[in-house]
Unconditional design. Sequence first.
Length: 128
Amino acid sequence: MTINSSSSVTEKRISKMYLNEVYFWTASIVGWKHLLKPDKYKELIISSLTNLILRRKIKVYGFVIMPNHVHLVWEMLDMNGKELPNTSFMKWTAHQLQADLRINHPLVLERFSVEKKIDVINFGREIL
């Protein structure tokens, strides 16, 4: 933790997650666009989490899905192949969102173009 010149406290963001640690974690939509407003996208997120829970890869202690971001309090229990479950969650969810947008809302998808790359979700996390 550091104190900057305006006397406010700032904490260094943790960029790596570890198994068997509980994290408060946030995933946000690029540009804070309200992509998650439709129920079908909320259901997609819940489905992805449920799959990882049933496969005993994660434990979710709480979550909230807002129109432009998701908050989770969760724990990674086991690797999902060669990657941590949070990485699998992000990849799968972003891919599914992009696939749906490509088919059903191609003009909306164009709004997520970042330097010739489509990037729907940014994420950050903090350890508890």
